[in-house]
Design a protein around this ligand. Structure first.
Ligand code: LLP
Length: 382
């Protein structure tokens, strides 16, 4: 199947499966079926409007950061009253755009933001992001709920804002790729006390659900989540979440071609056409992505799978045991639906790949063209 797609579209190629997206959404909805649930999808994980449309069709609103992600929602036809605006650096100009589109919900990140933008506002439904000072036990770059992180306000500062009576909901997001229940539970319990004190009956519990990147790992235990967390949410009149990775990561793969296999005295390198430009997670977080080699070889090789760019950090895997590839063979990098294309870049004058969607009926559709080299220079003035 993938081979046929590659013949048709070439490589590198991001491939998404509608069926997987819907399966993952079902899992999320099933957990929250006994609460007043308003699910949203974190557009930063994947901003292709065609995918957003599928997610919206399945009952989700969207969590966005700024005008760029708002634009993706516009293209996908998501109504403003299903959009939550997040971010720690909101501007007046952005606020105008959000208002124009009718964005309804906002998560306020600081006292200063409240003073600048929201103190006299009656048009948005205001949530306040609190920082519960909880260790999410994930990679430091994607952990957000400790008091020295830039996000949210402490409970003491929160009370100052809550006393104004302008806030309708509380928001927490303690980090991403969290695979244990405890940090979520602790953060929600802490926030609950504050909500009770100020009669707040709306809560946004953020995203962060972890998936299984390695075969031997477990994803977040949803049965346990249902048992231990859902009961403490049932009294709220609105429970929002903002899940990105859990829904879209397993729905995407990246197919890339091997350029050559370089064998040295110390190490082997599988050099591919894509590296940190098309998938930056390994370089940035030392993240693990499973890689499958599409060939009939019996022999294995232990190698670094690297890209063609001019940095030693340009790798997709380190010391990985894989089937020995030949030049021209295809590698499938898995679980790249989240923070894959959305973090891709043009480093070293490279272009971003094609994205395609496999519909439930098996049909393939191109949902984003690959970039042309001239696209990279279209804003240059000579
Ligand atoms: N809500 C807020 C306020 C967030 O900042 C994020 C992610 C989410 C929701 C969605 O989190 P998720 O359900 O996807 O874990 N680039 C990193 C992940 C950064 C996450 C940033 N915020 C990565 O590739 O692992």
């Amino acid at each position: 199947m993938v081979k046929k797609l590659i013949e048709k579209y070439g490589t590198p190629l991001y491939i998404y499966y509608e069926e997987v997206i819907e399966k993952r959404i079902k899992k999320v909805k099933e957990v929250f079926k006994n609460v007043n649930f308003f699910p949203t999808f974190a557009v930063k994980a994947n901003n292709n409007p065609n995918l957003l449309r599928i997610i919206h069709k399945n009952g989700f609103g969207m969590d966005i950061l700024g005008e760029g992600e708002l634009y993706a929602c516009k293209l996908a036809g998501i109504p403003g009253d299903k959009i939550v605006w997040n971010g720690n650096g909101k501007t007046t100009k952005q606020k105008e755009k959000m208002k124009e589109y009718g964005v309804k919900y906002v998560n306020i990140d600081s006292v200063e933001e409240f003073e600048n933008l929201w103190k006299n506002d009656d048009e948005f439904t205001l949530f306040l992001r609190v920082n519960p000072d909880i260790d999410a036990k994930t990679h430091p770059y994607i952990s957000t709920g400790l008091k020295n992180h830039k996000f949210g306000v402490s409970f003491d500062l929160a009370e100052k804002i809550l006393k104004t009576g302008k806030i309708q909901g509380l928001h927490i997001h303690i980090g991403s790729q969290i695979t244990t229940i405890e940090p979520f539970k602790e953060a929600i319990e802490k926030t609950l006390e504050l909500a009770q004190k100020y009669n707040i009956n709306k809560i946004n519990i953020g995203g962060g659900w972890g998936i299984k990147y390695k075969k031997e790992e477990n994803e977040l235990n949803l049965e346990k989540y249902k048992k231990e967390i859902i009961p403490i949410l049932t009294n709220f009149e609105m429970v929002i979440n903002e899940i990105g990775r859990f829904i879209i990561a397993p729905a995407g793969i990246l197919a890339i071609k091997v350029i050559l296999v370089k064998e040295t005295e110390n190490k082997n390198f599988v050099v591919t056409e894509s590296g940190m430009n098309h998938l930056i997670r390994p370089a940035l977080y030392n993240a693990y992505h499973e890689i499958e080699v599409l060939n009939n070889q019996e022999d294995n090789i232990t190698a670094d799978v690297v890209g063609p760019l001019c940095e030693s950090g340009d790798f997709l895997a380190k010391n990985r045991k894989i089937k020995k590839p030949n030049p021209g063979d295809i590698l499938i990098v898995k679980n790249v639906g989240a923070y894959g294309y959305s973090m891709a870049n043009n480093y070293n004058g490279t272009t971003r790949p094609v994205e395609i969607l496999i519909k439930k009926d098996g049909k393939d559709l191109i949902i984003r063209k690959g970039e042309e080299i001239s696209d990279l220079y279209k804003n240059v003035i000579i």
